[in-house]
Design a binder for this molecule. Structure first.
Ligand SMILES: *[C@@H]1O[C@H](CO)[C@@H](O)[C@H](O)[C@H]1NC(C)=O
Ligand SMILES: *[C@@H]1O[C@H](CO)[C@@H](O)[C@H](O)[C@H]1NC(C)=O
Ligand SMILES: *[C@@H]1O[C@H](CO)[C@@H](O)[C@H](O)[C@H]1NC(C)=O
Ligand SMILES: *[C@@H]1O[C@H](CO)[C@@H](O)[C@H](O)[C@H]1NC(C)=O
Ligand SMILES: *[C@@H]1O[C@H](CO)[C@@H](O)[C@H](O)[C@H]1NC(C)=O
Ligand SMILES: *[C@@H]1O[C@H](CO)[C@@H](O)[C@H](O)[C@H]1NC(C)=O
Ligand SMILES: *[C@@H]1O[C@H](CO)[C@@H](O)[C@H](O)[C@H]1NC(C)=O
Ligand SMILES: *[C@@H]1O[C@H](CO)[C@@H](O)[C@H](O)[C@H]1NC(C)=O
Ligand SMILES: *[C@@H]1O[C@H](CO)[C@@H](O)[C@H](O)[C@H]1NC(C)=O
Ligand SMILES: *[C@@H]1O[C@H](CO)[C@@H](O)[C@H](O)[C@H]1NC(C)=O
Ligand SMILES: *[C@@H]1O[C@H](CO)[C@@H](O)[C@H](O)[C@H]1NC(C)=O
Ligand SMILES: *[C@@H]1O[C@H](CO)[C@@H](O)[C@H](O)[C@H]1NC(C)=O
Length: 373
């Protein structure tokens, strides 16, 4: 058995120095370091690279972790270097669109190219061959898309790295390796953002008559309906604002042969305001913040010929605020508060109530039964 590894692969490598000159370097198996007496700079480190298609990553900031930093000196007959792997727990997002393994290594001196491998939980993530160092040093980086090992990467594992190297008086190059993993959160801009305004209005008017025992009664009825909905979506739909108002007015006139008039007129307004926002807190945690305002307003006027007028009004406004703490998609805590004002008023009866609660406790509750006139 030879003390030197057999070089299994014939690789065509390209070397580049700062003046961008390149030299082809074909390795053959054997005991001698291939001659590479080059015109390369004696003081500047050489970057080795291979031309390949870049990995397409989302435009998000990756959560990057150092997996292992190790200097591979005399490692030829030793077991692989082991390290404990734990999944990213302190990353703001836990939904990753891309996971990239990065191997970065440096070496100087004289050395063979060496085969190496990276395993996670026994699964091979990367298998490659080192670049050969020069006296002034060589540096290279390998990136690999390891998104397909997603489930493996989401649990504790043992990381193993083997690089069988030999350091002697002649073969002096130690491989200094830094192994990193980059978790790229999915882009959130896939949701909808924008402002949407919807308005609808409708007006219906009808006139008719009936002949009754009272004589001919002419009826005039009008209905007007107005709907306006303004919706704001931000943060890919995480923030939503709805500001909506419905207005509905109707009136009915009936003219009797005695020329007295019966009429009912009602104006109604229903405002609605809803604000919801998901505030990311990191660690799979977010706050769901909600504000809600709901109103019911109605004014009514009934005219009954000689019997006079009957006016009434109802105003009801309800506000609510809620904050839910959501961890790992479950609600773990929450607090809510409400404020409500109710006011009914007609010429004979009034009722007023002003009540508020927070966290299941009544803060105040005021009631009034007399008209403030
Ligand atoms: C090393 O690189 C620097 C920057 O590219 C350059 O200015 C310098 O001349 C180089 N040195 C040699 C000895 O080539
Ligand atoms: C190469 O590395 C050795 C230590 O491993 C260091 O003493 C030496 O200065 C380095 N040579 C160059 C040219 O960087
Ligand atoms: C994973 O490893 C970390 C760090 O050693 C430990 O705190 C955690 O409990 C482990 N998780 C599981 C599911 O074993
Ligand atoms: C009702 O809708 C029509 C058509 O969209 C518009 O021209 C008109 O101004 C609206 N009227 C009111 C009162 O909003
Ligand atoms: C019907 O009522 C509306 C408003 O109440 C009025 O403008 C209209 O002139 C009336 N039409 C008839 C035919 O009485
Ligand atoms: C209903 O009547 C109120 C008060 O007169 C008015 O402000 C509102 O614009 C009307 N709405 C419709 C849909 O006619
Ligand atoms: C809702 O829209 C109406 C009309 O555009 C505006 O007057 C009101 O201030 C808005 N309400 C809120 C809470 O933004
Ligand atoms: C996430 O949780 C870990 C452990 O519970 C904690 O050390 C870290 O500070 C948290 N990160 C954030 C952003 O809250
Ligand atoms: C939500 O309600 C709270 C409490 O009334 C208030 O402080 C906050 O400004 C409201 N936020 C929005 C966006 O309406
Ligand atoms: C979230 O769920 C994962 C998997 O179910 C679990 O490992 C982790 O500890 C949970 N995180 C928190 C903060 O509860
Ligand atoms: C309801 O009561 C609260 C607390 O006393 C007060 O601040 C608020 O103005 C009242 N609202 C009305 C409509 O009277
Ligand atoms: C809400 O009420 C619960 C039970 O009374 C209490 O433990 C908690 O601290 C309260 N939360 C807030 C924010 O006041």
């Amino acid at each position: 058995m030879t003390a030197f590894p057999l070089i299994l692969l014939l690789l065509s490598l390209f070397l580049l120095n700062h003046s961008l000159s390149t030299a082809a370097n074909i390795h053959k198996k054997g005991h001698f370091r291939p001659k590479l007496k080059s015109h390369l700079s004696k003081t500047n480190i050489t970057t080795f690279f291979e031309v390949t298609k870049p990995i397409q990553v989302p435009r998000t900031k990756p959560c990057s972790y150092l997996l292992l930093q190790h200097d591979f000196g005399h490692t030829y007959e030793l077991p692989p270097v082991l390290a404990n792997y734990t999944p990213p727990s302190d990353c703001q997002c836990q939904n990753f669109a891309k996971i990239v393994l990065q191997w970065e290594a440096k070496s100087n001196g004289t050395q063979f190219d060496r085969i190496f491998g990276v395993w996670l939980g026994g699964v091979e993530l990367l298998r490659s061959c080192t670049a050969e160092p020069t006296a002034t040093g060589i540096v290279w980086t390998v990136k690999k898309d390891i998104t397909r090992y997603y489930s493996l990467l989401m649990s504790n594992q043992t990381l193993a790295v083997y690089l069988g190297n030999i350091v002697t008086n002649v073969y002096t190059g130690v491989y200094h390796v830094i192994l990193t993993v980059h978790f790229y959160p999915a882009e959130v801009s896939t949701g909808i953002n924008g402002n949407i305004l919807t308005t609808v209005n409708k007006s219906v008017s009808s006139v008719g008559w009936v002949k009754s025992s009272y004589g001919k009664i002419t009826t005039n009825s009008t209905q007007r309906f107005d709907f306006s909905n303004f919706m704001v979506l931000r943060e890919g739909g995480n923030l939503q604002i709805v500001n909506q108002t419905i207005s509905f007015n109707d009136s009915v006139h009936a003219k009797l042969p005695s020329s007295s008039v019966l009429s009912i007129k009602s104006t109604k307004r229903f405002p609605l305001y809803l604000y919801t926002d998901e505030v990311e807190e990191g660690n799979a945690t977010f706050l769901l913040v909600t504000n809600l305002t709901l109103g019911y307003n109605e004014k009514k006027r009934v005219k009954a010929g000689d019997f006079g007028l009957f006016d009434s009004s109802l105003k009801n406004l309800r506000n609510g605020q809620g904050v839910l703490l959501v961890v790992n998609n479950s609600v773990v805590a929450g607090i809510g508060s409400t404020q409500e004002v109710y006011r009914y008023d007609d010429s004979t009866f009034c009722y007023f109530r002003n009540v508020s609660s927070s966290n299941y406790t009544i803060l105040y509750d005021k009631e009034g039964k007399s008209c403030r006139k």
